[in-house]
Design a protein around this ligand. Structure first.
Ligand code: HMH
Length: 233
C-alpha cells in the first residue's frame, strides 16, 4: 500500500501490511456512506434537527453501555489469544468509557433527555446484538480488534469532519464533535489500526475474511444507526 503512514504497520514477511487501508479503498462507497452521512453532515452544515440530535444522544448512551461489555470481551481475547502486548491500549480505551458515560449523563441533562426513559430503537438493538456476539469465545481476537478499530474510526472520521475548516457546526454541538473529532482520538484510532494490521498480517486467510466481513457489517450498522437518529427506523 502507498497510503501515508500505513507502511509503519509491520507485516508478516512479504505479506501485505496495510490490510485495513486496502479494505477502506475497496469499500470506499460504504465507508463514505458511514462517515459522511446526512445526519453528521447536517451537524457540520448547521442544519441539524435538534430532536434528531437528542434521539442520537439517548440511543448512543445505551450503545456505549453495551460497548463497555464489548470492549471487555475484546480485552479478554487480547489477554487469552495474543501475547498481551496490546492490553494497555485496550485497557486505556475501556477506562475512558467511564468518563464517556459521565459525559453522556451531563450532556443528556443539558439537552433535557431523560436517559432513564430511553428505550433502544430497532437499529440500535440490532447493533447491540452484534456487539454481544463477541462474547462468544469462538470469535477470534483479530476479528474483535478489527471491529473495535472500525467502530471508533467511523465516529472519529464523522465528527472530525464537523470541526474541519469551513464548518458551520452549532457552538452547542462542538463539545460532542470534539469528543470524537479531536487529534488525540485520531491518534488513538491510528494505534488501534496498527494493532489490527499487525494481527491481520499474521492471520489465516479465513480469519482475515471474517474480519473483513465484520468491517463491512460495522459500516452497515453505523449507517443504520445514523439513519435511525435522523428519522425513526
Ligand atoms: C453507534 C456508535 N458507534 C461508534 C461509537 C464510538 O465509540 C459510538 N459511541 N456509537
Amino acid at each position: 500500500m502507498d497510503g501515508g503512514g500505513v507502511e509503519a504497520a509491520m507485516d508478516g514477511g512479504g505479506v501485505e501490511a496495510a490490510t485495513t487501508a486496502a479494505w477502506m479503498a475497496r469499500h470506499r462507497g460504504m465507508y463514505e456512506r458511514a462517515t459522511r452521512h446526512p445526519f453528521t453532515v447536517s451537524i457540520r452544515d448547521g442544519t441539524v434537527d435538534l430532536s434528531a440530535f437528542r434521539r442520537w444522544l439517548g440511543q448512543d448512551y445505551m450503545f456505549v453501555k453495551e460497548f463497555v461489555a464489548f470492549l471487555a470481551s475484546v480485552l479478554l481475547k487480547c489477554c487469552r489469544q495474543s501475547d498481551g502486548s496490546d492490553m494497555e491500549i485496550i485497557l486505556g480505551g475501556l477506562a475512558s468509557l467511564s468518563d464517556e458515560l459521565s459525559w453522556f449523563k451531563k450532556e443528556a441533562e443539558k439537552w433535557s433527555v431523560n436517559l432513564a426513559e430511553v428505550s433502544p430503537l430497532k437499529s440500535n438493538t440490532e447493533y447491540c446484538r452484534f456487539l454481544q456476539s463477541f462474547s462468544e469465545p469462538e470469535i477470534s481476537y483479530v476479528v474483535a480488534i478489527t471491529t473495535f478499530w472500525i467502530i471508533e474510526t467511523v465516529y472519529q472520521d464523522s465528527f472530525a469532519f464537523c470541526i474541519e475548516e469551513g464548518n458551520k457546526t452549532p457552538p452547542e454541538l462542538l463539545g460532542t464533535c470534539q469528543r470524537w473529532g479531536s487529534p488525540e482520538f485520531k491518534q488513538y484510532c491510528q494505534s488501534l489500526q496498527r494493532i489490527a494490521d499487525r494481527c491481520l498480517a499474521e492471520a489465516s486467510a479465513d480469519a482475515a475474511r471474517s474480519a473483513e466481513e465484520a468491517f463491512l457489517r460495522v459500516l452497515e450498522l453505523e449507517i443504520g444507526f445514523w439513519d435511525m437518529s435522523s428519522s425513526r427506523s
